[in-house]
Design a protein around this ligand. Structure first.
Ligand code: ADP
Length: 417
């Protein structure tokens, strides 16, 4: 546009120069005819014409006004661009018109809430009065709003639902108002919050019980049982047991927190499981003898190597074998199988012939402090954290724990590497 303007000005200047030269030549010819000094008259006339030319401004070209070069354009429909941008988001978004009709939904919204025909009112898909009131308020006030909302179907979910006007780009002129209704899923955050507070409550409860018992015995020893040597002996024994229980719990809690800290670092050592299983069996022999259990080993010939952390794998095998001895005591036998078939993953199974675990408990066994029977676990010096520790270690080792249990027949805990 600027070069067109420059070209026009040059043409105008050249035509004016020709006019000046023609006038000066004419005046010189007239002066010659009148017998005057031609050069003096020509120079004088040239000066007059040139000064007039520099003072008088050039007239604008009316045929091509400058304003006409800026072409006004019609407002563009923003919906395709808005829809394309929201399609890239993984959170559900609906685009609404000013009458709360849904103009489009992104694929995440379709997945979470089902498909909705464009032009349908929002209330056809979301019936919650809280959401509809919020949408109405934003349409009236043009201010963003958000609420927390829980859905029970098809699954339990908690969302932060937000509605905000979509501002048109600068220079887009008068556009119809559009609103983005978005759903931020905070179910997982809520679940983690609940787990954390449950965990603190459980840990405090587990510590409070032995602490309360210790305090009770100390008070008895200081008061009613003062000077009673036999009571002293008995109570000190119980106090020692309670203090040991607390330190077991604190040890397990510390193990869990250490494991959480390094959960994202995969182990890199090569560990032979054969001597590890033998070592754990030896360390559990006194307990097995006390419970009347025979631990039978079924090991392949040669090494069975996996990538792992030696101490952590010892902890896994120890927790599984100790549980099998404690909870499968009635069966009399605990069988430990190590399998290393070509082309198959390495597997370690600890099988007891105890009473088994009711099916409804099996999926929750690895939760912290989850026990089929709290009293049974406590009487067997359990903390409720053993299988949670196993699960953490196996997750870090990219290994799986498979639990199969049959009531009256026993339980099989298999680790698949
Ligand atoms: P605890 O310290 O109570 O033993 P764990 O996390 O090791 O905690 O085990 C959780 C619960 O799983 C136990 O309290 C027990 O009810 C059940 N359990 C674990 N192993 C067995 C098993 N081999 N047979 C039956 N029940 C078991």
């Amino acid at each position: 546009m600027a070069s067109r303007q420059r070209g026009k000005t040059m043409r105008e200047r050249l035509s004016r120069l020709w006019l000046v030269l023609a006038t000066v030549t004419l005046m010189a010819a007239l002066a010659a005819m009148a017998g005057l000094d031609v050069s003096l008259v020509a120079i004088g006339w040239l000066l007059v014409v040139l000064s007039a030319w520099s003072v008088v401004p050039a007239a604008p070209d009316e045929a091509e006004p400058v304003a006409a070069i800026i072409e006004p354009h019609a407002p563009r429909d923003p919906l395709p661009d808005v829809a394309a941008a929201f399609a890239a988001l993984d959170m559900p978004v609906f685009v609404l018109a000013a009458d709360a009709n849904v103009l489009c939904q992104n694929p995440a919204a379709e997945k979470s809430f089902g498909s909705i025909t464009p032009g349908m009112h929002l209330s056809a898909r979301l019936r919650s009065p809280g959401i509809l009131d919020m949408v109405r308020e934003t349409i009236v006030t043009d201010q963003p709003n958000q609420i927390e909302h829980s859905e029970r179907h098809p699954s339990e979910r908690v969302y932060i639902i937000r509605i905000a006007p979509i501002e048109p780009a600068k220079g887009e002129g008068d556009m119809p108002r559009l609103y983005a209704l978005s759903f931020r899923d905070i179910s997982e955050l809520r679940r983690i919050d609940r787990m954390r507070s449950d965990f603190v409550a459980n840990a405090s409860h587990e510590l409070r019980t032995p602490l309360a018992s210790l305090r009770g015995f100390i008070e008895t020893l200081q008061g009613p049982a003062k000077g009673d040597v036999a009571a002293h002996e008995r109570f000190l024994g119980i106090m020692f047991e309670q203090a040991t229980r607390m330190s077991r719990l604190v040890d397990d809690l510390l193990s869990l927190s250490r494991l959480e800290l390094k959960s994202h670092i995969a182990p890199s050592q090569r560990v032979d499981l054969v001597p590890l299983v033998g070592h754990v069996r030896d360390s559990l022999l006194p307990l097995a003898q006390e419970l009347g259990i025979e631990i039978r080993m079924h090991l392949p010939a040669g090494k069975v190597e996996v990538t792992g952390d030696r101490d952590e794998l010892v902890q896994v095998i120890e927790n599984l074998m100790e549980n099998a001895c404690k909870y499968g005591q009635e069966g009399g036998f605990v069988d430990v199988h190590l399998r290393n078939e070509p082309g198959q993953p390495v597997e370690l199974s600890v099988v007891d012939r105890g009473p088994g675990i009711p099916a409804e408990h099996v999926p929750r066994l690895t939760e912290r402090f989850y026990r089929v029977s709290v009293a049974d676990s406590r009487s067997k010096k359990g903390t409720g954290l053993g299988l949670a520790i196993v699960k953490h270690i196996l997750t870090r080792h990219r290994a799986r724990l498979i639990v199969k249990s049959e009531l009256g027949k026993g339980t099989d805990f298999t680790v698949r590497f």
